[in-house]
Write a protein that binds this ligand. Sequence first.
Ligand code: SAH
Length: 395
Amino acid sequence: MVEIKLKKGKEKAVYQRHPWVFSGALDKVKGKPENGDVVKVLDAQGEFLAYGYYNDQSRVAIRLVEWDESVGIDEAWYAQKINTAIDGRAHLLANEETTACRLIFSEADFLPGLIVDRYADFLSVQILSSGIEKAKETIIKVLVERLKPKGIFDRSDATARTHEGITAENGLLWGENPAEFIEVKENGIKYHINIAEGQKSGFYCDQRDNRSILASYSKGKTVLDCFSYSGGFSLNAFAQGAAEVTSVDSSALAIETLKQNIALNQFEASKHIAIQSDVNKQLRQFNDEDKKFDVVVLDPPKYAPSRSALDRAARAYKDLNRRGLMLLESGGLLATFSCSGAVDIETFKQIIAWAALDAGKEVQIIKQFCQPEDHPVRLSFPEGEYLKGLLLRVV
Ligand code: SAH
């Protein structure tokens, strides 16, 4: 096995079990590792620190996976990591009212670059590191043995792969192909999911808890669900008796799926308005018309993919939230989210405070939202905390 010595002082983060070693921390590479190979990481004195996946194409040159020198990174190791992750979700898997959840969440589950989502009888997999790519066959074998899915579908078409120097993949990895739309349930609500062509791995199960929290404020209310995708917030609002729901998304597939989902749950289509449009444009139009809603949801895509994009993202979040707040009257609620890891909760609060000031609204935080238990945050890897949100009441 190739051994890589770190520069003096760079062992500290490894001791703290942070899983990333940046290329600037490497001192000497003994041997010629291929990208994706498991390498031994040593401190400046040559003492063992950890094992990790090597990649010279990535800013993160080594993704650490194991800190115990006596353990081999073999099939038994993958089985142990995968089974521990799945065991941790046992009660979610046992819940027949929720058949969509994340089973493996990358670094948080000690498998950097592997994401596995369960959608009823199928698994949707994203392989985002060259180390996981090399172990793909083993991982599929373990998943099949443990979960006996009908099929495993590869949705590794994310930009993260290009940073690792691996090509995008989209196709069947094992078993049978899922139908164009398969049905799942989340808290008893039915959804159609297009595993092959839907966004990300097909569905955003990270908003499961937040959808259901927000729905409890929706009875008898007019709700505007911006960036609705397949209707997570809209459908939950209907389930709790919303008077009328307006959903806005720019994607045709999102709006088509949302309409199917309204029908699937036998919600009243006459109380639903689906608008395929750019949210900013639509909010401007609503503001021009002096339109008001009781509850507004803003769940935009990631505006800040990295810290360097923070300034631009802050302006975009501010403008969006200013427009959203202007649609609310006293007592109205805004549920606003950011899934940018680079924007922490305190920064997000500051941005929303500016938005409220510009909108001329006084607001109170009445709840904070976060990511659910199947997207855990390892304390030694705070970067894994990405989803945050605020429930605000206009005074
Ligand atoms: N709230 C959703 C998830 C939102 S994901 C849920 O609960 O499932 C972000 C969504 O924003 C995607 O569906 C994407 O199509 C949409 N989107 C991205 N940019 C947009 C824009 N400028 N205007 C409208 N929709 C946009």
